[in-house]
Design a protein around this ligand. Structure first.
Ligand code: FRU
Length: 479
């Protein structure tokens, strides 16, 4: 939603309780509130931030402008979880309240250091002429959730970047802390800078080099770069804005991509033997995915189900954006797999054959199989007129098509109403999670993923097998 700058950057103390209550009341009227996905308490939710394990729990923050469905003065909102399925919002906020983050506590990461959580984020600062000074700054969060910010700036804006320099990710590589930061060069190409914690102290960072990740620089900015290590293989997750479509086919306004490597040479700031760039998600919206290597040896990721510069039907209810399910990463036969954590199965409360299920509450999981040589079509969130979210699983020609053109309120139509990806021409399994206005489709247990939103009408609650040899189960999900 377009709101004037002075509204979006009004100081938090200048909003009244009545303003907030109005937002809460309007959001409560939405027919599209999700049940097992994180949505903002008020306003806009964007990137996942500070995804980490600390003090015996998982921590996940989200970027938020609390005063409406627009990108304004951002804060971080804190949630905790024991199982990566149920998240509880706490009162902790990383507020834009200091001179080094006066115009927004922008995206970043977190890592446990001794008995505190170190938070590394971008302080968005603007001067009286609205010129931006992007600063990489830090804070400690203690076990009680109190936040204490560093007085000093941890990384200043280097000479060879524009105002687009943000989203530090801290990671531990062989016992040494490093950080990568998304950047734009003076000739407007996206790149990534690599830093190292001096003497492994997170209060002191030195530049190592511009990360050679095998990119071509066809993007104009790289947002939210993340380096994780999946079974020891480096995987770079990133959001390259403006990436040339000759390099990668994508339909969303900005893609969310990855590359898998064989090794990481920290001295040379180089990721070696990378795969070609690939889409992390084939759906309509998944962005700014953040991942981390957890102490349990697993790699977890979570994505913003939303995109910058897009208006959503929920704007009329004064809120926007949701978090994806938490996914676990694996590499099998050189391919990246993303699949919801096992605990998601605890939400299953009943199981029925798919064939017997025609009407639903739009809160369920389907586990279905389509045999090789088939052309199946499944309509979810369907109504009596034959509208709905149409999923074609074509194991004859080897593709999946997701078409949302006849379900509910349409938006972002300039970017197309269908998405597709290729699949092997073999028996294919789909796990489909539906949560009121979100779908997450996992093909062959995470080999390909489609994430997206749909905003169904009241009567769009059905499941219709339109054609083909689809078989499988329906699971009611209860949060
Ligand atoms: C990505 C992003 C980040 C930035 C944040 C601000 O969606 O633009 O690069 O830190 O959102 O909210």
């Amino acid at each position: 939603m377009n709101l004037p700058t002075e509204v979006r950057y009004r100081r938090y103390e200048d909003w009244t309780e009545a303003d907030v209550q109005r937002l809460i009341d309007n959001k409560a009227k939405s027919p599209w509130l999700t049940t097992f996905h994180i949505e903002p308490q008020t306003g806009l939710l964007n990137d996942p931030n500070g995804f980490s394990y600390f003090n015996g729990q998982f921590h996940l923050f989200y970027q938020n402008w609390p005063y409406g469905p627009a990108h304004g003065l951002k804060q971080w909102v804190h949630t905790v979880s024991d199982d990566l399925v149920h998240f509880k919002e706490t009162d902790t906020r990383l507020l834009p309240d200091q001179k080094h983050d006066s115009h927004g506590a922008y995206s970043g990461s977190a890592y446990t250091v001794d008995d505190k959580l170190f938070i590394f984020y971008t302080g968005n600062v603007r001067d009286e002429n609205w010129v931006r000074d992007p600063l990489q700054v830090g804070a400690w969060m203690d076990k009680e959730g109190h936040i204490e910010k560093f007085d000093k700036v941890l990384i200043q804006q280097p000479d060879d970047v524009t105002e687009h320099f943000r989203d530090p990710q801290i990671f531990d590589y062989q016992g040494q802390f490093y950080a990568i930061v998304g950047a734009q060069s003076l000739d407007k190409k996206g790149f990534i800078k690599l830093y190292k914690a001096v003497n492994n102290q997170v209060s002191n960072w030195e530049f190592v080099g511009d990360l050679d990740f095998g990119g071509t620089g066809s993007e104009y900015m790289i947002e939210c770069p993340n380096l994780v290590f999946v079974d020891d293989q480096p995987v770079l997750l990133y959001s390259p804005q403006g990436l040339d479509k000759s390099e990668l086919d994508y339909d969303n306004i900005y893609p969310n991509t990855y590359k898998i490597y064989q090794s990481f040479d920290t001295n040379k700031a180089k990721l070696l033997d990378g795969t070609p760039i690939q889409n992390l998600d084939y759906g309509f919206e998944a962005y700014a995915t953040q991942g981390f290597n957890a102490p349990d040896g697993k790699v977890y990721t979570v994505s913003w189900i939303g995109l910058p510069d897009v208006d959503y039907p929920t704007d009329q209810y004064d809120y926007q954006g949701a978090m994806s399910l938490v996914k676990e990463l694996h590499i099998k036969n050189g391919k990246l797999y993303q699949y919801p954590v096992e605990a998601i199965q605890n939400l299953r409360t009943s199981q029925e054959p798919l064939a017997s299920k025609t009407s639903t509450q739009n809160t369920y999981e389907l586990e279905i199989t389509v045999p090789a040589g088939d052309k199946s079509e499944l309509l979810l969130l369907s109504d009596a007129e034959g509208n709905g979210l149409n999923i074609t699983i074509d194991t004859q020609d080897g593709q999946i098509i997701v078409d949302r053109s006849t379900v509910g309120e349409q938006y972002a139509i300039d970017f197309g109403r269908t998405r597709n990806c290729s699949i092997d021409k073999t028996d294919t399994t789909l796990n489909i999670f539906i949560d009121k206005s979100i779908f997450e489709i996992f093909v062959n247990k995470g080999e390909k993923v489609f994430t997206g939103r749909v905003f169904p009408n009241e009567n769009q609650t059905g499941i219709t097998v339109k054609k083909g040899q689809i078989s499988g189960s329906y699971f009611e999900l209860t949060y």
